[in-house]
Write a protein that binds this ligand. Structure first.
Ligand code: C2E
Ligand code: MG
Ligand code: MG
Length: 453
């Protein structure tokens, strides 16, 4: 009381207290207001053990907006978000801004998961309508995490931690997701974090390996190149599939580290092969959103002394879809350097023929799902036939993936499919085994050996 009077005589104690609890930018309550409200609500509910819920909403891609359009535009968006949230939440609920672009909502009358999810969907819709910045409109999505008292924590800190875990899971699952905290989710997150740590260590220790699987000319079975496939065996976790650890590295933001290590290894191994063989390497979708990708790849090839014209990069349709402009630019840069681009897993994603026209591909890889059904299912056969004839017309090379039997290979040959890959021709094996295979089977190998001796 005395301090307020002596230092700031014109401001009342009440004003000061209000200021300490208010976010100056949006006029919403701040973190202290949030903590107090939750504590008092928890105290009320101690005698009447009804649950209540807290939500954390975080804007996706807010930082780039700030960087691109300036902090004034960022502030304007935050004010509009505050306004929208206040307008849409149920009676008795309270919104606070908690940190940067993160908002908290206390929901005294939301008691269980389904109610939380329904509300989350509504909040998400409200926040994804365009933001008017005067000279332009901006669209953003929001990720949301919920924690329900007392299951997710009976103390403020614990409850917030649970809400943050839920939000983090939403964030890492991509944009605009909703998660309600549960013990299972906490465990899933812990497992993913363990896996992440093990994978990061494996990358540093150079323990993630590259295997190679032959891609052959179907007519005569001649090997034309190899696809590099990542392999990781952890001492504790055992074999972990790349279909698990590649997406994890993407989500946790270190796919560039992993991919660079793999490309370097793959390119180094390829240097020992006859020069007419190509290397096919999978690029992840996150890499097609990162403008540095082309430069990084070319730097690695340069360091290894690998001719970019021997490299083909496999990308999927989802990858080109998520960030089409950036992807197109990256693909343009790579192709300008002589690198070929293959469309992987064709036919399974949200295939759009427009994509084949808009993006300059060199090769299409027909997904295994069609190939494995080709001898038994007429529809799959017709689809493959159509893909092959379309690619002929568009001047695109075709590879059928996942060929396992001679019957499948025969059928594909009759249909005019140029290239094939699958266990029938060879399983993925490590660099040493690949080299042995080439020494035994490749007609030009003797020449290379003499040249390098
Ligand atoms: P993908 O690029 O479509 O690779 C083909 C997958 O099919 C590989 O699985 C390969 O081992 C498997 N395969 C090949 N022939 C046959 C066959 O005849 N029968 C069956 N059942 N399977 C066959 P893998 O190695 O487990 O890789 C799974 C996926 O993980 C790959 O699918 C690719 O999307 C991703 N991946 C693997 N290595 C890398 C990498 O270095 N970087 C990136 N970004 N992704 C990778
Ligand atoms: Mg592939
Ligand atoms: Mg594939």
């Amino acid at each position: 009381m005395r301090r307020a009077e002596t230092n700031l005589p014109s401001v009342s104690q009440n004003d000061l207290q209000a200021m300490a609890y208010t976010d100056q930018l949006t006029g919403l309550g701040n973190r202290y207001r949030l903590r107090d409200k939750i504590r008092s609500l928890a105290a009320e509910r101690a005698s009447d053990p009804a649950p209540f819920t807290i939500a954390l909403a975080n804007l996706d891609g807010f930082k780039p907006i700030n960087d691109l359009f300036g902090t004034a535009a960022g502030d304007e968006i935050l004010c509009q978000v505050a306004h929208r949230l206040k307008a849409c939440i149920p009676d008795g609920a309270i919104v606070t801004r908690h940190d940067g672009d993160e908002f908290a909502i206390i929901l005294p009358l939301v008691f269980e998961r389904v109610g939380a999810e329904r509300l989350g969907q509504m909040i998400k819709d409200v926040l994804s309508a365009p933001y008017d910045l005067g000279d332009r409109n901006v669209r953003l999505s929001a990720s949301i995490g919920f924690a329900i008292y007392p299951f997710a924590g009976s103390e403020f800190d614990e409850l917030m931690k649970s809400a943050e875990t839920a939000l983090y899971r939403s964030k890492r699952r991509g944009r605009g997701q909703i998660t309600v905290y549960s013990k299972e989710i906490a465990q899933e997150m812990r497992r993913a974090t363990q896996l992440e740590q093990a994978l990061r260590n494996a990358i540093i220790a150079d323990a993630v390996d590259v295997y190679f699987q032959p891609i052959v000319r179907i007519d005569d079975g001649r090997v034309l190149g190899f696809e590099a496939l990542a392999r990781w065996i952890d001492p504790d976790l055992g074999f972990v599939s790349p279909a698990v650890f590649v997406p994890l590295a993407e989500e946790r933001g270190f796919i560039d580290l992993l991919s660079e290590a793999l490309l370097r290894k793959a390119a180094e191994a390829t240097m020992a092969w006859p020069r007419d063989l190509f290397l096919s390497f999978n690029l992840s979708s996150a890499q097609l959103m990162d403008p540095r990708t082309a430069l990084n790849i070319l730097a690695i090839l340069n360091a290894v002394g690998f001719d970019p014209r021997r490299l083909e990069l496999e990308i999927t349709e989802t990858a080109v879809m998520t960030s089409a402009d950036t992807a197109q630019r990256i693909i343009g840069e790579l192709r300008a350097a002589g690198i070929g681009i293959s469309l992987d897993d064709f036919g399974t994603g949200q295939s759009s023929l427009g994509r084949l026209r808009d993006f300059a591909f060199d090769k299409v890889k027909i997904d295994r799902a069609f190939v494995s059904a080709i001898t038994t299912d007429r529809t799959s056969e017709q689809i493959i036939k159509a893909i092959i004839s379309m690619c002929d017309g568009l001047n695109l090379a075709v590879v059928a993936e996942g060929i396992e039997t001679a019957a499948e290979a025969d059928k594909l040959r009759v249909l005019g499919c140029g290239m094939g890959q699958g266990y029938y021709y060879g399983k993925p094996v490590d660099a040493a085994a690949t080299l042995r295979y080439l020494q035994q089977n490749h007609h030009e190998f003797a020449l290379v050996e003499r040249a390098t001796a």
